[in-house]
Design a binder for this molecule. Structure first.
Ligand code: PLP
Length: 445
């Protein structure tokens, strides 16, 4: 009998007891290859010696100091490191304890910026369907996944408006190029903003590469540049949620680098601390900080554990290892290998409609019919079957349902640690292939 309210109340979870490199071991001694880094978290794998040493050193010096009283070397050095490699215009970092908290802070900071500038009439957020921005109420409000929103709909923010995701596999018409498809979506955003009033909108928020809810869906070329132009035309802030796709996951430190845009606010989290400690951050454009500095002098927000010295020390060590070992080069190299292997194995699979992603952030979308792209019956819960079949084979992947519209569709997301090598990738794809086939067979297909 457990007293933990687990995610699935009726499911018996194995107990994780040991993490080493690419693997987690459970209490029964079974080993699992962590091919999803949990939920795209463990970018260095488990038990990295330099991160452990940094954590030990920090706890021996200082456990905790409230940010209302003190700053710490750990927070200052981490912020310095992040700003050294930040997108253009970003000059400050606001620490949180995770992604949802980061999104909440970004939404509030965006609103307060306009209040301080004398534009209090700005009250709307525009976001995209099929996005995930976290589970706290503000983050869930801007999120566009219908299944996650549904039970809470009456208590979500009423000032959030959704436009279509940039989801080429299902959204692009046969008479469109990727570029004209992106143009159509940008026009939809422009029309939505015009309908609300350009001077009434605070921000547009989007995941640069969509993670959990769509499965490693890339923007089409030029899409974010058009989005940036539209936001700038109206003085609307662009908030990029790189909680999952950022901090090296797609082969550059920030995913937006590959889209040629710099956001006004960017939220990062998972790969920042790599799972060694709970931490997230909002990276903030200087003109936002300046507006507050010239006005009230404070961001009207805060949490007890923000900038926790242990979390900052862990994240600083993670970022230093990534840089010292040039792990982003390995992300790009192994990402190419992973894409090759996935395409070899699933490119002609009768029940795989799409293989997609970038760097070590890749996914397959499962379909009942490749020709029509018809998804499987959601009642089959194919994604849950794949997860279970993979776990039985000692493999952690991150499958999710509701890919198409929040109810129908299944995909499997892969996000292995940046230390992965070709042999491990071959094993991952092999086991995933077996798990997918076993799950489909068990679903009676
Ligand atoms: N934003 C994105 C894009 C995410 O993928 C997630 C988590 O999966 C979040 C926000 C929420 O982060 P957290 O679970 O740390 O609150």
């Amino acid at each position: 009998m457990t007293h933990v309210l687990h995610r699935q109340i009726r499911h018996a979870y194995p107990a994780a007891t040991l993490g080493r490199g690419m693997t987690i071991r459970d209490a029964a001694g079974k080993e699992y290859i962590d091919a999803s880094g949990g939920a795209a978290v463990s970018c260095l794998g488990h038990s990295d010696p330099d991160v452990l040493a940094a954590l030990h050193a920090q706890i021996d010096r200082l456990d905790y100091a409230h940010t209302g009283f003190f700053t710490t070397a750990a927070a200052e050095e981490l912020a310095d490191e992040m700003i050294r490699h930040a997108p253009a215009g970003i000059g400050h970092v606001y620490f949180t304890s995770g992604g949802s908290e980061g999104v909440e802070a970004a939404l509030k900071l965006a609103r307060q910026y306009f209040v301080e500038r004398g534009e209090p009439q700005r009250r709307h957020f525009v976001a995209r369907l099929q996005s995930y921005h976290g589970n706290t109420l503000g983050a869930l409000s801007v999120g566009g996944n219908l299944w996650r929103r549904r039970p809470f709909e009456p208590i979500l923010l009423g000032n959030v408006h959704h436009v279509s995701p940039c989801y080429e596999y299902r959204g692009r018409r046969s008479d469109e190029t990727p570029e004209t498809y992106g143009e159509r979506l940008a026009q939809e955003l422009a029309d939505k903003i015009d309908a609300l009033g350009g001077d009434k909108v605070i921000a547009f928020i989007a995941e640069t590469v969509v993670g959990a809810t769509l499965g490693a869906v890339l923007p089409v070329p030029g899409y974010f540049r058009r989005v940036r132009e539209i936001c700038d035309r109206h003085g609307i802030l662009l908030i990029l949620d790189e909680v999952m796709c950022g901090i090296g996951r797609t082969g550059t430190l920030h995913a937006c680098e590959q889209e040629g845009v710099a956001p006004d606010l960017m939220v990062v989290a998972k790969g920042l601390g790599g799972g060694y400690a709970p931490i997230g951050a909002v990276m903030v454009n200087e003109r936002i900080v300046q507006a507050l500095a010239d006005g009230s002098g404070a961001f009207q927000h805060g949490h007890t554990y923000m900038g926790h010295p242990l979390a900052c020390a862990a994240a600083l060590a993670v970022q230093r290892v990534i840089r010292r070992d040039d792990l982003l080069a390995n992300v790009r190299r192994q990402g190419d290998h992973l894409a090759r292997r996935l395409n070899e194995r699933f490119g002609n699979h009768p029940f795989v409609g799409d293989v997609r992603g970038r760097g070590l952030f890749q996914a397959i979308e499962l379909v009942a019919d490749r020709g029509t792209k018809e998804p499987f019956d959601p009642a089959l819960k194919l994604h849950a079957r794949v997860k279970q079949a993979a776990m039985e084979r000692g493999l952690m992947v991150y499958p999710m349902g509701g890919t198409v519209d929040g109810a129908r569709g299944d995909h499997v997301l892969l996000a292995p640690p940046f230390i992965v090598d070709p042999a491990a990738i071959d094993t991952i794809v092999e086991r995933l292939s077996e798990a997918v086939d076993a799950a489909i067979a068990a679903a009676g297909k």
